[in-house]
Design a protein. Sequence first.
Length: 268
Amino acid sequence: MTTTTKNQKGKKATKTTKKMTSTSPFKSHTQFEKEIREFANKYKTIVVNQAKRTSDYFEMTCYNYIIRFYESNGYDVSVENLQSGKYRYKCSPSGIQSNFSHFLVSKKVKNRRKNFEIQHNVAIQSSQDDKIFTTPDIAIIKKGKVKYTKDYYDTKTTFSYVENKNLISFCEVKQFNPFPELLFNFIGVVNELKKEYMTDEGKVESPPHIAPSLMISGKPNKQTKRIRESLENRYCINIFYDLFYSATYTFSKGNISQIRNTGKKPSS
């Protein structure tokens, strides 16, 4: 931001003031691209950059942080389904999963290796009604459980989906400053995809998995801090704020134990 002032000779001069970014839910594309490129380099792959909006970039980086969560919890991580040798994120619900890449995470439990996929924008069957579906931004599912059908749409277009029994957990990503309706809408998604969490009957998975989570770019105010506290006291969920500026710490190895895993709400 610039302001115009007059110097002692009466000439106009411009004074540059630092733009306040601490409360902004936005970040430049170049910052995102750098983070995504560094993440891809770690896994020796190249990313197809099909992002069209800042929200796409934010969603891609949040997806990467979920991979980091699993890596920090001792999972082996590998890239799957490269497209022409490149990693292709799925930045919208349209399209089928086989045309996009994903990550495989695996870990040994009692001499048995368990494998899971971190999928991006895949339709998930409701836990309330097996004829309806909704698409969380990030889904942790059992390996190899994406299904395909031509019977879902009137046009016979192929529809890719996951049965609810094969969903482990999920995350919603929102590039906003948090507001009450956004937080309560997330609870509606929890009710639809993981209804057991509404009655505190969530299953503790082995090996550990991240609990249903809402990932928000912007900073909270007093009201939304209070709502988060109330919702996290009622349900075994994570609500992350200010991820444009705090994600590196939030998903660091030193803080990973503070992130809730699937299961029941903390005892009071």
